[in-house]
Design a protein around this ligand. Sequence first.
Ligand code: TMP
Length: 207
Amino acid sequence: MAGLFISLEGIDGSGKSTQGRRLAQTLRDQGHQVTLTREPGGSPGAEEIRRLVLEGATDRWSAETEILLFTAARRDHLEKTIRPALARGEVVITDRFADSTRIFQGITRGDLSETVDRLHALMIGVEPDLTLLFDLDPAVGLARATARAGAELRFEDMGLGFQQKARAGFLALAKAHPRFRLIDADADETTVAERVWHAVAPHLGRS
Ligand code: TMP
């Protein structure tokens, strides 16, 4: 695919959405065409699935059912939004992608990693060129996320232990894959934005 495919990952409340908006603006100011998108969601069909998975009781879906729902949403997002934008040569920034399923469904409630990986290989089959992992103390992240989440609290309601497992999982994943850059998110917005730019700039020749 042409273009540059960037994903933003991290625990809830890590500041990645704010940073995604800033990064998109900086890139546009420099003359790049940018698609800023998110998961679950990023296409009309996937946004409908978003409501199903993010609202309601924590036990509404099993981890296995979630894997299917998130992957269905991702497939639609890929077909309708990500692939067309990359084909136009754009920088695509997605707030979450497959690593979120690897962590939130794959390891936080028992080991379902193999199921996640097999379905990913079958239905998605692509990885970002660059993944920024926003790393932050889960207690800080959870307080931030709970303060602003509105109705979308299903995952926040799974508690601090869940977010701690997720943080450890993300850090392990980052170590295993060279496409990751670790961003220390425990700083003011402008400092974190500088860290993000430092990680992204070397990739821009390609877009
Ligand atoms: P957000 O708060 O970044 O919008 O993410 C929504 C929630 O969805 C977040 O708690 C993590 C969860 N999630 C998964 O559990 N699996 C996934 O594959 C994705 C994309 C998100």
